[in-house]
Design a binder for this molecule. Structure first.
Ligand code: ZN
Length: 195
């Protein structure tokens, strides 16, 4: 419990607004200048288990609409599409001006990495963890169009080094092969700063 809360009678002007983005769908833009290190917004949404996240992705036919999942250190996922807020519209960039940090209490906040000018689009580097096969279709679905000079061309995190693959049981339900064992693509936050 923190006692350092803001006075309730002092409304703080929102630092951002949501509108169409040239990068992808909706984006979030600075409504005013934002200082480095400023906490801009919480990544809102319901905390669900990884299993539940897989189910939700499956119901929606794959990972494509689920760049709203945010994985937590405790193994759960925040679904920004379920009771989420504007933060879910912040686009990925390979040269971001924000970062997402998981606090010790398991909440995720978006912080400014450096000076952000009014009307600049906010972005952070996701990267998306997707355990299924990185097929051409998946790569297309998660192509990065951030326009940065050093754009990696993808929002997908590199797959971790191969461990011995666990053989799939032959009578497993008919999941599209492209999706493999992990249907959900989840963002992973930066580790919380120590202390
Ligand atoms: Zn990029």
């Amino acid at each position: 419990m923190s006692s350092a809360s803001q006075p309730e009678n002092q409304p703080v002007a929102p630092a951002f607004r949501v509108e169409r983005s040239a990068v992808h769908g909706n984006g979030v833009f600075a409504q005013r200048d934002i200082a480095p290190g400023e906490r801009i917004v919480e990544y809102g949404g319901r905390e669900i288990t990884w299993e539940e996240a897989q189910l939700r992705a499956e119901v929606q036919g794959g990972p494509h609409n689920h760049t709203f999942f945010f994985s937590l250190a405790n193994g759960n996922v925040i679904d920004g599409g379920d009771h989420g807020n504007e933060a879910r519209y912040i686009n990925h960039s390979c040269e971001p001006n924000c970062e997402a940090i998981e606090e010790e209490d398991g909440r995720i906040f978006i912080y400014a990495l450096h000076d952000i000018r009014q009307d600049e689009e906010l972005s952070y580097s996701y990267p998306l963890i997707y355990e299924g096969r990185h097929t051409p279709a998946i790569k297309r679905a998660f192509a990065c169009r951030c326009g940065a000079a050093r754009c990696s061309g993808t929002m997908l995190a590199p797959k971790p080094r191969k461990r011995k693959p666990k053989p799939l049981t032959p009578d497993a339900p008919a999941v599209p092969a492209a999706y493999g064992p992990g249907l959900a693509a989840a963002q992973s936050p930066q580790p919380a700063a120590p202390g």
